[in-house]
Design a protein around this ligand. Structure first.
Ligand code: PEP
Length: 252
């Protein structure tokens, strides 16, 4: 039985003080509501220490939205996994479509980051997903296959217990357009099949696959009801408690 995993990606929103206020409120609500789901929030790097402090004692996981592919050195402007580990962060989102499209991150770079993060003991949320152009050209499966196979190249079966895949169709991110529950389930089933081919049935059945793309309180229930949808990676609707809490509590 896979446990639902609901994650909030704050992107470049919420300052350290705004993030800490919101996270403290969320921690209180989560402790009171005792949702069955695993809950994560990913603030901007500079807000991580304040947010970690604010959620102390609660089950909320604080993650990073990205990390460098080296542990230290002359990489101006980058933040390393060892720095994040030192703060107490143990989860990192890698390969988000905004990192791929805006900052030109390749599958090979995302793979290097994934392997480094796993070797440093992190849980990795690896994001994959097609653009509208790719979907309309019938390339959905080719894109997912490439992103999954290259992204996980060299990752051992044992390390797969710390990998989560987030399927985020690029055309549904921040656009208000959500994949239908059947579209999401079909893509997730395809990804699970790829993992079955690479690692076997046990790893494939244990893999958590989150859906991301305009998830809101009013569509989360039907998405999560699908057999291959095990959680959500939420952008816009994770930025305030009134929008995020109903998503976390969908199962209560
Ligand atoms: C995201 O960026 O991961 C995302 C899914 O954003 P939104 O929920 O705003 O579409």
């Amino acid at each position: 039985m896979r446990r639902y995993y609901i994650a909030g990606n704050w992107k470049m929103n919420l300052t350290p003080s705004e993030g800490a206020l919101y996270a403290a409120e969320l921690a209180k609500a989560v402790q009171k509501g005792k949702p069955d789901a695993k809950v994560m929030i990913a603030p901007a790097f500079v807000a991580i220490p304040a947010v970690l402090e604010a959620v102390k004692g609660s089950p909320i996981i604080v993650a990073a939205q990205n990390a460098a592919d080296h542990l230290s050195g002359a990489y101006t402007g980058e933040v390393s996994l060892s720095m994040l580990k030192d703060l107490g962060v143990g989860t990192v989102i890698l390969g988000h479509s905004e990192r791929r499209a805006i900052y030109g991150e390749s599958d090979a770079l995302i793979n290097a980051k994934t392997k480094l993060a796993l070797s440093e003991g992190f849980e990795v949320i690896l994001c994959v997903g097609e653009t509208l152009e790719e979907r309309e050209a019938g390339k959905l499966e080719d894109v997912l296959s490439r992103q999954v196979k290259i992204g996980l190249g060299g990752v051992s079966s044992a390390d797969m217990s710390r990998v989560v895949i987030a399927y985020e169709p690029v055309w549904a991110i921040g656009t208000g357009k959500t994949a239908t529950p059947d579209d999401a389930d079909n893509a997730h089933a395809y990804i699970r099949g790829l993992i079955n081919g690479l690692y076997g049935k046990d790893v494939a059945e244990q893999l958590i696959i989150q859906y991301g793309g305009s998830v809101k309180a009013d569509n989360v229930k039907e998405l999560m009801a699908k057999p291959n949808v095990d959680g959500a990676l939420v952008g816009g609707a994770s930025l305030s408690i009134d929008k995020f809490l109903p998503i976390i509590e969908f199962g209560l």
